[in-house]
Design a protein around this ligand. Sequence first.
Ligand code: V47
Length: 379
Amino acid sequence: MSANERLESIAQKVRAGERLDFEDGLALYDPAVPLQEVGELANEVRERMHGNLAYYNINTHLNPTNVCIYRCRFCAFRSDLRDPKGYLMTDDQILDRGQEAYNNGCTEMHIVGGLHHKMPYEWYRGVLQQLHDRFPTIHLKAWTPVEIGWFEHLTKMSVSEILLDLRSAGLGSLPGGGAEIFHSEVRDQICEHKANAHKWFDVHRQAHRLGMRSNCTMLYGHLEQAFHRVDHLLRLRELQDETGGFQTFIPLAFHPENTQLTNIAKPSALADLRNMAVARLLLDNIPHVKAYWIMLGIETAQIALHYGADDIDGTVRHELIYHDAGAKTPEFLSVQRIRQLIEETGRIPVERDTLYRKIQRDETDFRNWSVGEPVAVAS
Ligand code: V47
């Protein structure tokens, strides 16, 4: 079958609401299949699900330590214990960040970091507890299966006991990090020691069973090939069939600066757009696909809103993981700017909270907000 015939048969399946398979995924990644047409198909699905709306939130990042026992080859953020670059935030610094987030009207703090050689589980739990006690309206999206796996090791508690304990301390949901590429051929080369695919899925499955929501990601543009990416996406789709707990998929483009993989070039904007579109087409059961502007760059993120993405992440502040790895994007965007960027693409900006409920803000004091209905997603 020629590339055009292949695309035509995929388009027929998509329009009939039929599920795409592994071979379809491979075909969508084939450079002979024109990106523009893959994008148009993904855009069709995106508009069927979300109409002309594009979501954003007001959020901030907190990375309480960069000291990490692991040495993932793609990571520029981590530090050894005795490296001058290493840091560990104090409780006061953490609370100052909470205050800043509150003053900026944030509905979410995204909290991840290193696995510090010396800090006990209680410290990680305490990060959540103190923020939640002082700023209970801010949703804490925190810790990936990599951290949860480490907490298991530290405490000998089960994953569900840890999740319940963290929830009682203020955990709201799990971010999508730590997924990288699940296939062991690649995973063993880029992060051989940390949580494997089985652990990653186990933690999300347990979180979903407890009624928590989570996100999922895929790190592309390093050592993986197209079939590793298709395998990764289909594994996510399979868990979503089982639990329905994923809210958003975020494709993450590898940034090589200051990593152990500096010989690899950063993926092109065309590769970014293809990953966005293929994800929207294969992940037919995950409601949202996010164009994370910090990682994509503002222009590509805007275009991605017509290549399958319906969300652009948030205002963001204090992002380190991408900026340490060479991202040239600004440190944050104002709400006005983010809305303007969305409007420039012809989409309608909608502020949402972490759980995709509409946010209404007081016109006289933007720090006063209330949570409305969940956003509607057509299947
Ligand atoms: O797990 C680390 C990736 C992830 C590099 O849930 C890198 O809403 C590229 O998961 N180049 C963390 N990627 C970020 C993340 C995320 C981001 C935005 C929103 C959400 C969400 C989650 O970043 C890591 C890893 O996969 N990463 N280093 C690098 N040099």
